[in-house]
Design a binder for this molecule. Structure first.
Ligand SMILES: [Zn+2]
Length: 391
């Protein structure tokens, strides 16, 4: 029997590391000082103490296999309130340094830049009205998204494939605006929050379609601290509270892993907001916790991937079926969808002896994992994949 593995390499879970609100923005707490850690939202590129420098020195150096999906605010980002402001906030195409930085990220195979609105919303007297809540009609939403996508393309040469609502707020036109603007995938809900309130009906940790777009859940809060690392902070009190409700970070990750569901870790690029408050989660306050989370994950059989890699794999798993015949097998498209050619998927052969698969004049050898044989192979529909014994 042959089947398509739920995730690449027959791993239990994909791990998606999500950092929201990368932007051409910075927020200096004191003028005339060098950049301090946390003050950069992306504007400072690869400079010392920039967001990128901080991630490299504190996380990627320890866990170089992490794949990060950054959610990019494309136009001039609004401040948190109408009477406060950033030290610097401009559109992504405004200056050469930021354009070069974004291209450096875009060309890094461990990074994806996804879409996260134009201004992130409209600043009001006491709060920020999230972008999708500000759209007055479906047309208004679509026009704004198209504008933001063009800015992205101007800087990076192609359109974004996925994205996320600002503040996970859909507004009245959210899902239909996304379905109509050609995104492969989207993060629609802060699922970790749904768990503790009454909207449990919306709660799903499986990927699923909403019309033509794939919904990727967000389920691990990077500031959900380990109970084993006591701190004097409000966040730690919340962790203790959850502990008495019989939930810990470790249990949450275990449950997702055992159910073969995505582990998507939510973060922000900077702790500082224009109104002087600290936003959680953020990579700076949470760095010790993030190191701990990735250490836990290192012991598990997980697949580090970007949003698009996960969505493309899911698209095959959901829509393609295998039809076996005496010479081998074919992939058949069981849906109306146009499936991207050549996506690599993992095929499971429930046997212990090695095999090889031939397609398009190339040979793919199987390898053993937990007493079954696996082959990683590109998907083309309706052509014969010949299967041979590999002695
Ligand atoms: Zn955001």
């Amino acid at each position: 029997m042959i089947e398509i593995s739920k995730w690449k390499f027959n791993s239990n879970s994909p791990v998606m590391f999500m950092i929201d609100d990368i932007a051409n923005v910075s927020i200096k707490n004191k003028i005339n000082t060098d950049l301090q850690i946390g003050e950069d939202w992306g504007q400072y590129g690869t400079d010392e103490n920039s967001m990128w420098d901080f991630l490299n020195k504190n996380l990627y150096i320890l866990y170089p296999h992490i794949k990060t999906t950054f959610f990019l605010v494309t136009d001039k980002r609004s401040p948190q309130t109408s009477t406060t402001k950033y030290s610097y906030s401009e559109a992504i195409d405004k200056d050469e340094k930021f354009i070069n930085f974004l291209n450096l990220l875009h060309n890094n195979k461990n990074i994806e830049l996804a879409y996260h609105g134009t201004t992130h919303g409209i600043a009001e007297l006491t709060n920020l009205k999230q972008e999708w809540n500000t759209y007055k009609s479906l047309d208004h939403a679509i026009e704004t998204i198209e504008y933001g996508k063009e800015l992205y393309k101007k800087v990076l040469g192609k359109y974004p494939l996925g994205g996320k609502y600002c503040g996970y707020e859909k507004g009245n036109y959210g899902d239909s605006s996304i379905n109509k603007t050609n995104f492969l995938w989207w993060c629609r809900d802060w699922d970790a929050e749904l768990e503790s309130n009454k909207n449990k009906n919306d709660l799903s940790y499986e990927l699923e379609y909403f019309n033509n777009t794939i919904d990727i859940p967000s389920n691990v809060d990077g500031s959900f601290l380990s109970i084993y690392k006591p701190q004097f902070s409000k966040k730690y009190l919340r962790t203790v509270y959850k502990y008495f409700k019989k939930n810990t970070l470790e249990k949450q990750i275990d449950a997702l892993y055992n159910a073969k569901q995505i582990i998507s870790i939510q973060e922000h690029s900077s702790p500082y907001r224009t109104d002087g408050k600290i936003q959680y989660p953020n990579i700076v306050s949470d760095i010790k916790n993030l190191q701990y989370i990735f250490k836990l994950l290192n012991k598990l059989d997980v697949w580090y991937a970007t949003g698009t890699e996960i969505a493309e794999y899911f698209e095959i798993f959901k829509n393609i079926v295998i039809k076996e015949n005496p010479k081998g097998f074919k992939f058949l498209n069981n849906s109306e969808k146009i499936i991207k050619k050549g996506t690599i998927v993992t095929i499971i052969f429930h046997q212990t002896s090695k095999i090889k698969v031939e397609v398009e004049n190339k040979i793919y050898n199987s390898y053993e994992k937990n007493n079954i044989q696996l082959v990683n192979i590109p998907v083309y529909t309706n052509i014969l994949y010949k299967v041979f014994k590999n002695e």
